[in-house]
Structure formats: C-alpha cells, structure tokens
Design a protein around this ligand. Structure first.
Ligand code: ATP
Ligand code: MG
Length: 391
C-alpha cells in the first residue's frame, strides 16, 4: 500500500562511538514518545536503517517530520514514499511525490539501489527510466550527476520500493537520556533557555529550577518561564520544573548585607538551593546561561564565587558566546520572542547601583554571616512548587 514513511539511516545517527544498539534503542524510544500522540506507528530496524511507518489512517506526516526533526541523536533523515515494486508505479509517483523539491530546482539525478536482486531492471536502468519520467514532468530540469541540487533515490527492497528526495537536517546531538540528568537554572531571559537547549542536545534529561519573588515578580513571569521551557521540551522531552519562593531570601539579603554584594549573595543562594534539589532528583550537574563578562555578576571573580556555592559541576555552555550568537540560537528554537516579553525577574529586583566586580569568597562569606543561611535554605526548599512541563 502506498504511504509516506520516515527513514533514518545509520550513517545519519550522530553518534559513532558508543554502543550502537543501546543508542538506537534509546533513540527509537524517544521518537516513539514524541510522535505517539499523532497516531500508531510501526518501527522497523533493518541493517542500516530505522523506518518509522504510520499504521493508523490519515497521520499528519508534516507534523511527524517536524517532531522527528527535533529529536536529538539524528543528524539527517528523510521522508520517503513507499510504493509497489512496479516500474509504472515508481515512474508515476516519483515526480508527483517530489514535486515541491523538483519544481524549484535546476538540476537533479536519480540514484537507484536494489537490495532485491530479482527485480527485472538493473540499477542503471531504473535510474534512467525514473530520470526520464521526471524530465518529462519537469522539462526545465537538467541531469547533473556530479553536483545535483536534488538527489532522487529509488530503493527496491524486499516488499516495497521507496522514493525519496533530499535529506532533511535533524537536530543533531545525542539521544536524550544517554548522558544522565542535569538541572537548569531558568530565568525568563534570553540566555538560560538557550543554555538548557544546548546541554539537552548533549543527551541530558533536564529538570529546571526557577526562583520567583512574589509580589516583586508577577504570575506572568512564572507563566513566561513555563512557555520557555515548553519550547525547550519540544526538543528534550518533559521537564520537571521546581519553582522556589525566593522572596524571604531576597529581603533578608537586602536588610542584612552590603548593597554592592546583593546580587552575588543571591546567586550563591540560588546555587545552594538548586544543588539540593538536583541531589534529590539524581541530577548530577547544574546549567546556567552565564557568559563571561556579560554583566557584573558574570566576571571571572564573580563566577568563581558563585561556583563555590554549588555542590556539583556547573555547566555554562554560553560562557564563550556573544549576545548575538546566543540570540541566533534563541530564534532557531523559538524562545526569543517569549524571552523579550517585559516581565520582572527576581534578578532585577533589589539590584545594586554599583555591584562589586572583583569580589572574593572571603568578602562574601563574611557578609553572609549576617544571615541564618540554613534556616533560609530550609524554608525556601519547603516553599517549592513542582510542575511538569510537557513537550
Ligand atoms: P538570562 O538571560 O538567562 O536571564 P542573564 O544574562 O540575564 O541570563 P543573570 O540574570 O545574571 O543573567 O543570570 C545568570 C543566570 O542565572 C541565568 O542564565 C540563569 O541560569 C540563572 N538565573 C537568573 N535568574 C534566575 C531565576 N529567577 N531563576 C532561576 N535561575 C536564574
Ligand atoms: Mg536574567
């Protein structure tokens, strides 16, 4: 029966080194989860190819393709039309199926692959016939065997023939779940969603911690964080979000510590709380959107002081990026327009006029002696809401 399927070739998996079989199984599990709401699918693993075949009627293959394009671990993939192993069927369907690609191209070639050696035509004969059919449907095209814009591939397999055009670009990276779990500190800004995306791309399952300081920060800013995480989750899969009530800590810092150290003391509290939450969730690293020198709290001295408050590795994938590089990624993952909505973040309340740019750990620990750190941490952890942000 004629239907559209998705093909992922082994050579197009991003990972070469690790155990291939495990990698493939995780990848298929992730694809399955992501497209399950769109219908029933069969998954076929043959030598070098994973095929995703819709079983239910009228599956929206555009949406399937888009979702597969956001599954980490796939460098490239193709949509293909499954047809009967009959030359007339193939010649009729190839130009029609690939119309969108062929119409706007100038050059193409046909590559035929025949794993069924009993098929009556040889590969060069198949290529010539299908090429002829395409040329008569699109007379503006020229055949270019060396550097064609479109490669039309016809594969003759055991049961069916498959027609496909150029490959699509996958999300790359490693399959979610193959690298363990990490906890992103997510604000409503531009940087942290991008940092979350970049680390998820390396195969990490994510959970997230957001610090909210009502009434200084509004419910809208929490909603914004949800919407940002939802965009990231469309790549990474579900994200558990811990929203921590941070008001008491911020007020205690404001009332008891020198103003020029407000931000850094606050950031050290964030690290402590995020570390505690991560430990309980079996998450082994923190992720932030910091970029060296971007603001006073991100100078090398400041970062060293922040780092010292964390109990696990802190990943800062944007550390060497300029803002415009970060924005390019945020547009690609569709978080930019949400990030620039103007809601307060807890970082923007009680900001010092002249923050210290060369703090030392000693200065900070001395200033923190005016606070009952343990009790504040304990109450903040108790004052935490948990929600799951679905893809
Ligand atoms: P972003 O655009 O991600 O907000 P930023 O450049 O504004 O980053 P800061 O506000 O100094 O930088 O925050 C640095 C990092 O600290 C953020 O990237 C984020 O990881 C974390 N962070 C800041 N505010 C919060 C918050 N309210 N909740 C959780 N994490 C936060
Ligand atoms: Mg911010």
């Amino acid at each position: 029966m004629q239907k559209e399927i998705i093909l992922i070739k082994n050579g197009e998996l991003a990972l070469k080194g690790l155990n291939r079989a495990t990698f493939e199984d995780v990848l298929i599990k992730n694809i399955r989860k992501r497209i399950k709401p769109l219908g029933d699918f069969e998954y076929r693993k043959e030598q070098s190819t994973v095929s995703v075949i819709p079983v239910s009627e009228a599956v929206d293959m555009d949406e399937v393709s888009e979702r597969v394009g956001r599954v980490f671990g796939i460098a490239r993939y193709s949509r293909a039309l499954q047809v009967q192993k009959d030359m007339d069927e193939i010649k009729k369907n190839a130009p029609a199926y690939l119309e969108n690609q062929l119409m706007f191209a100038k050059t193409f070639k046909v590559e035929a692959k025949r794993s069924d050696k009993k098929f009556p035509l040889t590969s060069p004969e198949i290529s010539a016939e299908v090429g002829g059919a395409i040329l008569s449907a699109f007379p503006h095209l020229k055949v270019d065997v060396r550097n064609p814009e479109i490669v039309v591939t016809v594969e003759i397999r055991e049961k069916f023939a498959f027609i496909r055009g150029n490959q699509l670009k996958g999300a790359g990276g490693l399959p979610t779940g193959t690298s363990g779990k990490a906890t992103v500190l997510i604000s409503g800004g531009i940087d942290s969603p991008v940092a979350a995306f970049m680390m998820a791309k390396r195969g990490l399952v994510l959970n997230a911690v957001h610090f909210a300081s009502p009434p200084y920060t509004s419910p809208q800013s929490e909603d914004k964080v949800h919407r940002l995480l939802k965009k990231v989750a469309s790549y990474s899969g579900n994200i558990t979000l811990f929203t921590v009530g941070f008001t008491e800590i911020q007020e205690a810092i404001r009332d008891n510590c020198p103003e020029d150290m407000f931000t850094l003391i606050m950031r050290r509290f964030m690290m402590r709380i995020a570390s505690s939450i991560a430990e309980k969730e079996d998450s082994k690293a923190l992720i932030t959107g910091e970029s060296l020198g971007q603001v006073a709290s991100q100078t090398l001295s400041a970062i060293a002081c922040t780092d010292a408050a964390a109990s696990m590795p802190v990943f800062r994938p944007l550390i060497g990026n300029d803002k415009d590089e970060i924005i390019t990624v945020s547009r690609k993952i569709d978080t930019f327009d949400i990030s620039i909505e103007p809601f307060e973040d807890c970082c923007t309340v009680f900001t010092p006029k002249h923050p210290k740019t060369k703090p030392t750990l000693q200065m900070l620990t001395e200033a923190e002696q005016n606070l009952d750190t343990d009790a504040l941490l304990q109450r903040a952890l108790e004052n935490t809401k948990v929600t799951v942000v679905g893809f």
